[in-house]
Write a protein that binds this ligand. Structure first.
Ligand code: ADP
Length: 244
């Protein structure tokens, strides 16, 4: 039976005179890799920021696992199983790759600072380094990584919290083709292990082979929802993209 992990219910956000998100409603079902696409300025980032607690909605409700989370704190959501990445990967550049993962393990604890790193945090970080094939880079400062490697590291760090739902904000933007394949593979592996995804992504080929369903936003609200095949044939979608 399908289960709504995330419900976005008549969400609205205005910036001055601009209505960035307009009575926007959609759901993300457990076990899916759902895409959120749409022309530039259609409200995707604003939706992400509201769902993950970085921006307060003017009205509407967000529910995660059946509970209202309207204006939660990002750290609380993280502990409840909702994590995200950013367009520009947010990592600690001065820490090593391994330390970034160990610190991420600590987010799960209420007491991050002054908390002793446990052996289990280190073990989990080592395992994650292996799974992401980052072992050879483990002792380098994260600042030394390539753009694509940073995105992979951020994704690995997010997974240290054992999330149920991961929001990926343009995971392959600016990343070379080899890294795009690596990112896709990691998303598929995690999905197979039970993680649900909501992904904003501009690479339509990737969206069409990886995601189902696809939600198309235009002017702050969904104009289409369906399988990649349905979306590609939808005249409203074509019009929204061509008109932009
Ligand atoms: P997308 O991610 O789909 O490109 P955004 O959510 O970034 O769209 O933007 C939606 C609309 O809201 C755009 O018109 C954008 O200019 C506007 N907007 C987004 N953030 C702000 C902000 N902080 N201040 C003013 N306008 C904003």
């Amino acid at each position: 039976m399908s289960e709504n992990l995330l419900e976005v219910d008549h969400l609205t956000k205005r910036f001055g005179g601009v209505t960035a998100v307009n009575e926007c409603s959609f759901t993300v079902q457990k076990g899916t890799i759902t895409a959120l696409i749409g022309p530039n300025g259609s409200g995707k980032t604003t939706v992400f920021n509201m769902v993950t607690g970085y921006l307060k909605a003017d009205s509407g409700e967000i529910r995660f696992r059946g509970e209202a989370i309207t204006r939660p704190r990002p750290a609380d959501l993280y502990r409840r199983g909702l994590s995200r990445t950013f367009q520009q990967a947010r990592i600690f550049p001065e820490l090593t790759v391994e330390e970034n993962l160990v610190v991420a393990a600590g987010y799960n604890s209420r007491q991050l600072f002054g908390r002793r790193v446990s052996d289990s945090d280190r073990d989990r970080a080592t395992k994650m380094l292996g799974e992401f094939r980052l072992e050879t880079l483990a002792q380098l400062p994260a600042a030394d990584l390539s753009y694509g490697q940073r995105k992979l590291l951020e994704f690995a760090a997010v997974l240290m919290s054992d999330p149920m739902l991961v929001l990926l904000d343009e995971p392959t933007a600016g990343v070379n083709p080899v890294m795009i394949d690596a990112m896709e593979q990691h998303i598929r592996e995690r999905h197979a292990a039970g993680v649900t995804f909501l992904i904003v992504e501009h690479d339509m080929q990737l969206v069409m082979r990886l995601c189902d369903p696809v939600i198309v936003l235009d002017q702050g609200a969904p104009i289409a929802f369906g399988s990649p095949d349905q979306i590609q044939k939808d005249p409203r979608v074509l019009e929204a993209y061509l008109g932009s």
